[in-house]
Write a protein that binds this ligand. Structure first.
Ligand SMILES: [Zn+2]
Ligand SMILES: [Zn+2]
Length: 179
């Protein structure tokens, strides 16, 4: 007896993303809802919605293609030089100590900026981020960035902090938020 097995081909379904829309339906504007307006999130990593009783916000589906083609990121050069490496010892936060122990110096600022942007955007698009604090200034997310040790002895990683902006933009806040 022959047995015919019907093969079903499963198509991978693209990740689902939301755009947060704050609808202007009352005079009471909640700062947190306002600042989320038109921000994009992977569906499982969207800030709490509805955000509170009587929240007027809605979530709109966005095509993953749109996320891939239009999302962007910005790491201002100044966040690395002078802020992170702090050559004049102005900020006194000591955040560069870990990077320096891995062999990086202020001369690597352009490389670090480009690498943080590249990995940050790629991980945001993959939904590989963690939601952080949300307040009137915006929704923070953290993203882990990996770098090779300068001496060739394997990889190290650290947390970078970003602010989610409208229309798929993430902007670097904290170049080194800990290991
Ligand atoms: Zn609100
Ligand atoms: Zn709301």
């Amino acid at each position: 007896m022959s047995c015919y097995v019907r093969k079903t081909y499963l198509q991978p379904s693209p990740p689902k993303w939301d755009m947060w829309i704050h609808r202007d339906l009352s005079d009471n504007h909640c700062e947190e809802c306002l600042v989320l307006h038109e921000c994009w999130f992977e569906k499982k990593k969207t800030p709490k919605w509805p955000h509170h009783p009587f929240c007027h916000c809605i979530l709109v589906d966005i095509q993953y293609n749109t996320v891939l083609s239009l999302s962007s990121c910005k790491c201002p050069y100044e966040k690395i030089d002078p802020y992170l490496f702090d050559p004049d010892n102005f900020y006194k936060h000591g955040k560069s100590a870990m990077l320096e122990s891995w062999g990086y110096t202020i001369q690597d600022s352009t490389y670090l900026k480009e690498e943080i942007e590249k990995q940050g955007l790629e991980k945001y698009r993959n939904g590989d981020y963690t939601l952080g604090q949300l307040n009137a200034y915006g929704q923070r997310i953290s993203i882990r960035v990996e770098l090779p040790r300068k001496n060739g002895d394997g990889m190290v990683s650290f947390i970078t902090g970003w602010m989610v902006k409208p229309n798929g933009l993430i902007q670097l806040n904290t170049p080194f938020g800990g290991k």
